[in-house]
Design a protein around this ligand. Structure first.
Ligand code: ADP
Ligand code: MG
Length: 601
């Protein structure tokens, strides 16, 4: 009995769709790429409900003829490859002729398109691979493609979609990857009727500023290098603006966003010792390489690339970045062409600045505890550390401690009254029974603040708050401003007083006590980056993310020598934390050097 069937096209297309369009952002990518391939100079992206109900891309590109408008939905229909040779010299974005067929298999698609020299355009409706109608229509030259009810006939995929905020972040990320490498094309992106990005054609630097904010113009150094093998163009972030995550690292090859761990490492290597541990530079770098030296077709979504000349590229890229960091660090000046100069803008309408008041404690010291109930009392006459601390230290299994952690109390108190030693400004050394504990001051501080913030939230306490002498304005991109609005209730819970003042500007009038006002914008920027990446990676709760970002910014390295009292307080506060040995960002806080190790050798 014969058992082999040929799959009907509609089924084959649905299967292919799984590869090309796994979520709304996948469809967005394909449609934007098609619009660019059609030579558009202005592209509008409209989404509703994070692309679930509608993804529409409108371009002013070439448009299609009546029959192409129907043909483009056929599998392997493409105007971009005629011979197999073309595969190797391809410069356009798409080249598999699969995207539209796939999308039409899993959505209700409406195409309106008109060639520039035609009087009339044509409208095609197609639903689950079946053409529903085609008729002439009056429309502007170019193409408008609407994808409605994505996955309407693939419930498994539809149910698999994440919350709107998550899907929208994926779309936004995809959008950035495309617009950053096409600064010469205008893009407009709106979501549920709200404009998130309105990007005018311009230079790469203007585009970066349009996407990430005007302050990026001062945060970047230009990179430029030309060799036989590759030309490199772009911008790298100044070391002091490095971030905790790799979320602002954009590498493009021949106009396409790629992921390439080795080349990314080359950029980071160029920074050598300039970056604090665990920080990553922002960069926006484009490489131009002879297409025959790369194989872009190794991955269906084409973000992975293989180069013939991996090693050479690595060195060229590293030294190009090094050069610009070196050059610009020396000259420390960079004259950007900044046609649209800083935008201070008038005070928002109706905004009455509050009368400044200052509440400040002249004796305030960040290294002194404010949560006495957690304090470990070194001076207890009976020298007892609470059982809680003992358990905690035992449970933590602090690195390097041999055998049972027998933190015997007299020795601990001795250590405390006999004193702590500050090493190289950033560590405290103190004796515990199992050896010498070396504590990273900043990380310890971060842990203590994190626990304090988390406790105040979980116990619903009224947060500590200090009114700023001068209110601080913070500004975001439209998309970030939306997210920031979502976070406002949480931030208020930590002692911030913030009000929206216009579409993308917020006025901060009070903050938790340990924050300097100059830190606010970078803090919020960081919180947004963390928040977005935690949404993408779907881990951790929102309050955890916020606490961690706040603690990171509020924790400081001591500016001057710490007094004995301050050091002891810090050690005590640290040991009162349930996770005393790791900072909220996962860094080790304490190392114990055990003297008996010496005798072993
Ligand atoms: P590919 O882009 O790989 O060729 P697609 O399925 O994405 O495959 O598109 C099929 C064809 O439809 C393209 O080759 C192009 O000729 C045509 N097409 C798609 N989108 C547009 C557009 N926005 N403007 C003009 N032509 C388009
Ligand atoms: Mg395509």
């Amino acid at each position: 009995m014969d058992i082999i069937n040929i799959l009907p096209d509609s089924v084959a297309n649905q299967i292919a769709a799984g590869e090309v369009v796994d979520r709304p952002a996948g469809a967005v990518k394909e449609l934007l790429e098609n619009a660019m391939d059609a030579g558009a100079t202005q592209i509008d992206l409209v989404v509703k409900d994070a692309g679930r109900t509608l993804i529409q891309v409108i371009d002013n590109g070439s448009g299609m003829s009546d029959s192409d408008a129907r043909l483009c939905f056929e599998r392997h229909a493409t105007s971009k490859i005629h011979r197999s040779d073309d595969l190797f010299a391809i410069h356009t974005m798409g080249f598999r002729g699969e995207a539209l067929a796939s999308i039409a298999a899993i959505a209700q698609v409406e195409l309106r398109t008109r060639l520039h020299d035609s009087e009339l355009g044509t409208e095609v409706r197609i639903e689950g691979s079946h053409i529903v109608s085609q008729q002439p229509t009056a429309c502007p030259p170019g193409t408008s493609l609407s994808v409605k009810n994505l996955f309407f006939n693939v419930p498994a995929r539809r149910n698999f979609l994440k919350k709107d905020a998550v899907e929208l972040s994926h779309i936004e990320e995809m959008f950035k990857r495309i617009v950053l490498i096409h600064p010469n094309i205008g893009f407009l992106f709106s979501s549920n009727g709200k404009i998130l990005y309105d990007l005018h054609p311009g230079t790469l630097l203007q585009r970066i500023a349009g996407v990430f904010g005007n302050n990026y113009k001062e945060r970047l150094y230009e990179v430029e290098e030309k060799t036989d093998l590759v030309s490199i163009n772009g911008f790298v972030g100044k070391p002091e603006h490095a971030r905790r995550s790799r979320s602002e690292q954009y590498l493009f090859v021949n106009g396409r966003y790629i992921k390439h761990p080795a080349l990314s490492a080359a950029v980071e290597k160029a920074y050598d010792e300039m970056l604090p541990e665990g920080s990553h530079p922002s960069y926006f770098i484009g490489l131009q390489v002879d297409p025959s030296r790369i194989d872009v077709n190794i991955h269906p979504t084409k973000t992975e690339v293989k180069f013939v000349d991996d090693h050479a590229l690595f060195s060229i890229l590293r030294s190009a970045v090094k050069k610009s960091l070196g050059v610009f660090t020396l000259s420390n000046q960079l004259s950007f062409d900044t046609p649209d100069e800083f935008n201070f803008g008038p005070a928002p309408e109706g905004y009455v600045p509050p009368t400044p008041t200052v509440r400040y404690n002249p004796n305030y010291n960040p290294f002194r505890a404010t949560a006495p109930q957690h304090r470990m009392d070194f001076d207890k006459p009976d020298g007892q550390i609470g059982q809680k601390n003992q358990d905690i230290l035992n449970a933590q299994n602090i690195h390097n401690i041999q055998g049972d952690l027998d933190l015997d109390v007299p020795e601990m108190s001795l250590a405390a009254s006999g004193g702590c030693l500050q090493l190289q400004g950033r560590y405290i050394a103190t004796a515990i029974s199992s050896g010498l504990a070396i504590i990273d001051i900043r990380r310890a501080h971060e842990r203590i603040i994190f626990d304090r913030l988390a406790a105040s939230i979980s116990e619903n306490r009224t947060p500590n708050s200090q009114t700023l002498l001068f209110p601080v304005n913070c500004t975001f991109t439209a998309a970030d401003a939306e997210l920031f609005t979502e976070l406002l209730p949480d931030l208020r819970g930590y002692g911030f007083e913030i009000e929206a003042a216009g579409q993308t500007t917020f006025v901060v009038t009070a903050t938790p006590p340990d924050l300097a006002d100059g830190q606010l914008q970078p803090l919020f920027d960081q919180i947004l980056v963390d928040y977005k990446s935690s949404m993408l990676q779907k881990f951790s709760s929102r309050s955890q993310t916020l606490c961690a970002a706040l603690a990171r910014k509020m924790a400081v390295r001591p500016a001057s020598e710490m007094s004995q009292e301050e050091m002891q307080q810090l050690v005590a506060d640290l040991f009162a934390c349930p996770l005393a040995d790791t900072s909220p960002s996962g860094k080790k806080i304490i190392t114990v050097v055990n003297p008996s190790e010496l005798l072993k050798h």
